[in-house]
Design a protein around this ligand. Structure first.
Ligand SMILES: Cc1cc2nc3c(=O)[nH]c(=O)nc-3n(C[C@H](O)[C@H](O)[C@H](O)COP(=O)(O)OP(=O)(O)OC[C@H]3O[C@@H](n4cnc5c(N)ncnc54)[C@H](O)[C@@H]3O)c2cc1C
Ligand code: SF4
Length: 512
């Protein structure tokens, strides 16, 4: 095992939305980047759009094993590949509300105030929307934050059944708007509005994921070297504990130590935590970047429930994820507490239901899927110091007690009631709470005070000045909308800060 000085200025660990955004921004400004990714490229192949391969065989899901709070092992729904989880995400790319940054009073407690205000991050939201080709329109969304420019692309049209749902909800007083969504549905764009988007990789490279919008353009600059199948095992600290001097990697059993001036960690909120904790030394006995003892704590992943409204009329919608409901985001008359956000799911198919509910006969699943309209409700889960990721017996342990469920139930009841009133007499509800990892965040929070935060407001470690953490770990609250646009925006902001302060580059190229 030898030390190799990477021919790069910056090592980035993880090629998801956080790592990819930093790689692209730095590379487009002439900084040399070495991008380390434990997985491989997702092949473009017929199985990309196969319900059997994706949902039954879990062909693309990582073969990982973690334990839960009872010590029971489970296979988390993780994706280790170039582009990370965004290769499989639903494409919803939505801004947090301005109020989310201020620390909201909730029914069961308080969410954390962010060390930045919405105005600080707004220009980066705009850039991220342009990079990811977000289609959107805030008309009908009373909670939408102010924007410096309109969405880069017009909102996606609803198909007739969703249009009727939107109109009927408005008639009963439930406001709604277009779902901000990242795909290439521009004139002559690659997207064909297919049925297999949410949960599937895009066979046509039309989805705005971290591979197509960040990693590939970063590689095209010639300033990035990407090592796939390269598992980072440990960060190495200088004897005084102040600097990251190397990164220990395992490539098919070959161990090496790579080094660069700056190290950017973006392995996802759980895996970044695992790396920081596993890298403990005498100089950092609680783990790297963890003098505050917050690393691994305050894990959040949203309270999530799927709703299926069933009607006698078949639902022939192909691309269903076009509607967003923020009517209850900040509460409702007589109840002044945030409740959350609701959006359409990609159209459920019979096979997807049978994969999730094994005892359901196939024919019943198919009939239900044919007649259902499918939504998902998200509510904020509150930061709890004892909800945490640790390493136990060498394995990742995720120990979580859910909170703020009263308002989540209220949100789900309101939505189910509204669906019944607009022609869906039977509404099935499935809480998605157990082992929820899709919206993982919060495990290395940023903040103004090094005693209570691991990272400064630009995601730089308070303990080690040449280390940044830019995945969803930095989020001190989960808010109630999907996280990836916020991760991308903050990663671009952190990259601009790196350019100025670590490389003396003042004018960062604006991404097209
Ligand atoms: C099915 C699904 C649907 C979703 N839908 C949406 C949606 O519609 N909208 C939205 O905003 N969000 C959605 N999300 C969540 C969103 O995808 C994530 O919040 C986001 O991708 C997280 O990005 P990240 O960069 O923090 O981490 P990741 O995407 O997890 O990236 C981390 C990367 O690091 C790599 N890595 C991990 N450990 C190591 C290591 N030790 N060494 C080297 N590499 C390592 C991983 O392989 C991975 O590529 C969805 C998630 C899932 C699973
Ligand atoms: S809907 Fe468009 S972006 Fe999504 S998988 Fe289909 S072609 Fe790709």
């Amino acid at each position: 095992m030898g030390i190799e000085t990477a021919a790069a200025d910056v090592i980035i660990i993880g090629s998801g939305v956080g790592g990819g955004a930093v790689a692209r921004r730095l590379a487009e400004n002439g900084v040399k980047v070495l991008l380390l990714e434990r997985g491989d490229w997702v092949p473009q192949e017929p199985d990309n759009w196969s319900v059997g391969a994706v949902f039954f065989d879990k062909k693309y899901t990582a073969h990982d094993s973690w334990t839960d709070k009872t010590g029971k092992a489970f296979r988390p729904n993780m994706y280790y590949n170039v582009g990370g989880a965004t290769k499989f995400f639903g494409g919803s790319m939505i801004r947090l509300r301005a109020e989310d940054f201020d620390g909201l009073e909730h029914y069961e407690g308080k969410s954390e105030r962010w060390p930045v205000r919405y105005a600080d991050i707004e220009p980066y939201y705009q850039q991220a929307e342009e990079i990811f080709t977000v289609h959107g329109d805030d008309e009908g969304d009373q909670s939408a934050p102010p924007r410096s420019k309109p969405y880069p692309y017009a909102g996606m049209d609803h198909e007739p059944i969703v249009q009727k749902l939107s109109d009927d909800l408005r008639k009963i007083g439930v406001s709604n708007s277009a779902m901000p969504i990242a795909l290439d549905y521009r004139a002559r764009g690659k997207c064909i509005r297919c049925r297999t988007c949410d949960g599937f990789p895009c066979k046509l490279e039309a989805k705005g994921d971290a591979e197509t919008r960040l990693v590939s353009p970063a590689l095209a600059t010639g300033n990035v070297e990407l090592l796939t199948n390269c598992l980072v095992r440990r960060l190495i600290l200088s004897p005084d504990g102040k600097t990251i001097t190397g990164v220990e990697v395992d490539r098919a059993g070959e161990i090496a130590i790579l080094s660069a001036k700056v190290v950017v960690l973006s392995a996802g909120a759980v895996n970044s935590t695992a790396l920081l904790l596993r890298s403990a030394t005498d100089a950092a006995p609680r783990g790297v970047a963890n003098s505050s003892d917050v690393v691994g704590r305050y894990y959040m992943a949203h309270n999530q429930t799927a709703l299926m409204g069933l009607s006698f009329r078949p639902n022939d919608t192909v691309f269903q994820k076009t509607l967003s409901i923020n009517h209850f985001y900040l509460g409702e008359p007589g109840f002044n507490y945030p409740m959350g956000h609701i959006q359409m799911l990609g159209k459920l198919q019979g096979g997807m239901l049978s994969a999730n509910v094994p005892f359901l006969p196939k024919i019943v699943g198919q009939t239900m899927a044919k007649h259902s309209i499918d939504l998902i409700a998200f509510s904020e889960d509150l930061p709890d110091r004892d909800n945490r990721v640790t390493i136990k017996d060498g394995m990742i342990n995720l120990s979580v007690n859910r909170n703020n469920l009263t308002v989540h139930d209220r949100l789900v009841k309101r939505m189910a009631g509204a669906l019944r009133r607009v022609g869906y007499p039977l509404v099935l509800i499935k809480p998605l709470i157990k082992h929820s990892t899709s919206h993982q965040c919060g495990t290395a929070r940023f903040g103004d005070d090094p005693a209570t935060a691991a990272l400064d407001p630009f995601c730089r470690s308070y303990d080690h000045k040449n280390l940044f953490v830019v995945d969803a770990s930095f989020m001190p609250s989960s808010a109630a909308v999907n996280p990836s646009l916020t991760i991308a925006a903050q990663a671009l902001r952190a990259a601009d800060h790196m350019l100025r302060h670590d490389f003396g580059i003042t004018a960062s190229a604006q991404l097209s």
